[in-house]
Design a protein around this ligand. Structure first.
Ligand code: PLP
Length: 483
C-alpha cells in the first residue's frame, strides 16, 4: 500500500505561502474564549510537490471511464464529453444564486425551460419536472404523483403497486417509501412480464404498475400495450423506470405506448459523470392531466420571459428538493442534447444496442446466457453458472479477475432472477477495438476457470488493493487514520 499523507509528514515542511498577517489584534481578543481551540491542530507537514504527487498517485489507483472500459450494466457508464465540464464551470452558470430574482437569471431559466421541453418531446409526455436529483428520487416523485392522482379522484382504496421480479432494487424501496404495498409478479420464460401472472394480481386496489423498459435483462417489453390496457382498466397508472432509456431514445416515445409517467436518469443517459454516488438528476415526465401534481416551481415562458411558475401550487405534491434540482447536472444534459441533435439520439441508441449484441454473441459459447437466442437491447445478462457448476469459480471471482485485466467489473448478482448474474452494458461510446479487448479478456477468464481456477480465487492480484472483505468493511467501518 502507498503511504498516507500523514506518514509523509516531516516537521517544518510547507505546502503553502500565506500573505503577511496584517491584523493588529491578537486572535484571542477577536474570537470569544469558548470558541477558541485549546490544543494544537495536527496537520501533516508536506511540501506542495509531495502533495501533488501524493494525490495524483492516488487518482491513478482509481478506475475511471477515461482510464478504461466500464461495462457496468444498468448504470450506463458512457464517456461524458469534456465540453460539458468546461461550460458548467463558467461563472455565469456556476456562480448563480438560486435566490437571485428572475430578471437576472433569464438565461439559466431558458436552459431549464428548454430542457423540460426537449425531454418532454423525446419521451412523448406533456411536461417534465427537473427537481428530482436521482433515479430513485424520480421514482418517489412519480409514486407521489400517482398517489395525488388517486386521492384527487377519491380512489382511497388503491394501496398496491405491481412490479416484476426483475425490478431494480430502488423500485420496491420507492414504493414502500411512498406508502404503497409492493406486489411482485413473475417474469416469463422469455424474460418479460408474465401477462397471465399480472392479470392474476391486478384488482381494484391496484394503484399502478412500475416497469423498466427495456427491462433489467436488457429485453424490450413487447406486450406493453396489453399490459397498459390491463392496468388502465382498473384506473391504475403506468410508471416507466427510464434508467435504460439509452437503448430506445430517439426511437420509442414511452408516453405514446401506454406509459403515464417516466423518470429519466440524466446522469446515465445524458452524460454526467456519476461514479461514486453522484451528482445525479432524475426528472420525471407525465401525461397532461398529471402535470398539475408535479412539484413547484416549474419553469414556464410568459410572453418573452421565463418564470418560476407556482400556478398549480394548490394541487402540487409539494417540493421534493430545494430550488430546481441539481442545476449543473441539468445544464450538462442540456449541452449534450443540443450538441447531439435529434438524429444523434437515434444513433446513440442504435450503437448502444449493436455494441451489446456484439459482445453477447462473441462470448455466448463461453458463458451461460439465458436469453441468447434473442437480440438484446443496450445490455445483456450473462451468468457464471457454468464456471460455478464445473470449476467452483463464482461470478465474484470472474468480476475480480477482470480488474486484473484493466477493466471495471460488470454489475454482478443482479438481476436477482439470474443465478450468478453478470450484467454487461458497453454503451455506444466504446470502439470495436475496446469491445474486442474486453471479449478477449472474458474468454481468457473462462479458460482460466477451466485450467487454473486458483488464479480466479486469488484475483485481483494486480490492483493496489487486493480482495476486500465487503461485509467486514460495512460492519466495522473505520475511515479514521490514527496519527
Ligand atoms: C440506476 C437505476 C435506478 C436508480 O437510479 P439512481 O439514479 O441510481 O437512483 C433505477 N432503476 C434502474 C433500472 C437503474 O438502472
Amino acid at each position: 500500500m502507498a503511504k498516507t499523507i500523514f506518514e509523509k509528514h516531516s516537521p517544518g515542511r510547507k505546502g503553502y505561502t500565506l500573505p503577511k498577517n496584517d491584523v493588529q489584534k491578537n486572535i484571542t481578543e477577536i474570537i470569544p474564549e469558548k470558541f477558541q481551540r485549546k490544543y494544537e491542530l495536527k496537520f501533516p507537514e508536506v511540501s506542495e510537490l509531495d502533495v501533488m504527487r501524493h494525490f495524483l498517485k492516488l487518482s491513478h489507483m482509481n478506475h475511471c471511464i477515461e482510464k478504461g472500459f466500464y461495462p457496468l450494466g444498468s448504470c450506463t457508464m458512457k464517456y461524458n464529453p469534456k465540453i460539458n465540464e468546461t461550460l458548467v464551470r463558467n461563472a455565469k452558470l456556476a456562480d448563480l444564486h438560486p435566490f437571485q430574482n428572475e430578471e437576472t437569471t433569464q438565461g439559466a431559466l431558458q436552459i431549464l425551460f428548454e430542457l423540460q421541453k426537449d425531454l418532454a418531446e423525446i419521451s412523448g409526455f406533456a411536461n417534465v419536472t427537473l427537481q428530482p436529483v436521482a433515479g430513485a428520487h424520480g421514482e418517489f416523485t412519480g409514486l407521489k404523483t400517482i398517489k395525488a392522482y388517486h386521492e384527487a379522484k377519491g380512489n382511497h382504496h388503491k394501496k398496491k403497486i405491481i412490479l416484476p421480479d426483475s425490478a431494480h432494487g430502488t423500485n420496491p424501496a420507492s414504493v414502500t417509501l411512498a406508502g404503497y404495498e409492493n406486489v411482485e409478479i413473475k417474469s416469463n420464460e422469455n424474460g418479460r412480464v408474465d401477462v397471465e401472472d399480472l392479470k392474476a394480481h391486478v384488482d381494484e386496489n391496484t394503484a399502478g404498475f412500475m416497469l423498466t423498459n427495456p427491462n433489467t435483462l436488457g429485453l424490450f417489453e413487447s406486450d406493453i400495450e396489453e399490459i397498459a390496457q390491463i392496468i388502465h382498466d382498473v384506473d391504475g397508472l403506468m410508471y416507466m423506470d427510464g434508467a435504460n432509456f439509452n437503448a430506445i431514445m430517439g426511437i420509442v416515445k414511452p408516453g405514446e405506448i401506454g406509459f403515464d409517467i417516466m423518470h429519466f436518469n440524466l446522469h446515465k443517459t445524458f452524460a454526467t459523470p456519476h461514479g461514486g454516488g453522484g451528482p445525479g438528476s432524475g426528472p420525471i415526465g407525465v401525461r397532461n392531466d398529471l402535470v398539475k401534481f408535479l412539484p413547484v416551481p416549474m419553469i414556464s415562458k410568459n410572453n418573452d420571459k421565463y418564470i418560476l411558475d407556482y400556478s398549480h401550487q394548490e394541487t402540487s405534491i409539494g417540493k421534493i428538493h430545494s430550488f430546481f434540482g441539481n442545476f449543473l447536472v441539468n445544464v450538462r444534459a442540456f449541452i449534450y442534447l443540443k450538441m447531439i441533435g435529434s438524429e444523434g439520439l437515434n444513433a446513440i441508441s442504435e450503437n448502444a444496442v449493436i455494441n451489446a449484441n456484439y459482445i453477447m454473441k462473441k462470448i455466448a459459447d463461453h458463458y451461460y446466457i439465458p436469453h441468447k437466442d434473442q437480440y438484446c437491447m443496450h445490455e445483456f445478462v450473462a451468468s457464471g453458472k457454468w464456471q460455478k457448476d464445473k470449476h467452483g469459480v463464482r461470478t465474484l471471482d470472474i468480476a475480480k479477475r477482470l480488474l486484473d485485466k484493466g477493466f471495471h467489473a460488470p454489475t454482478v448478482y443482479f438481476p436477482l432472477i439470474v443465478p450468478e448474474a453478470l450484467m454487461i452494458e458497453p454503451t455506444e461510446t466504446e470502439s470495436k477495438e475496446t469491445l474486442d479487448e474486453f471479449i478477449t479478456a472474458m474468454i481468457e477468464i473462462a479458460k482460466e476457470a477451466e485450467e487454473n481456477p486458483r488464479i480466479l480465487h486469488d484475483a485481483p492480484v494486480n490492483t493496489p488493493v487486493r480482495r476486500v472483505d465487503d461485509t467486514k468493511a460495512v460492519r466495522e467501518l473505520n475511515i479514521k487514520f490514527d496519527w
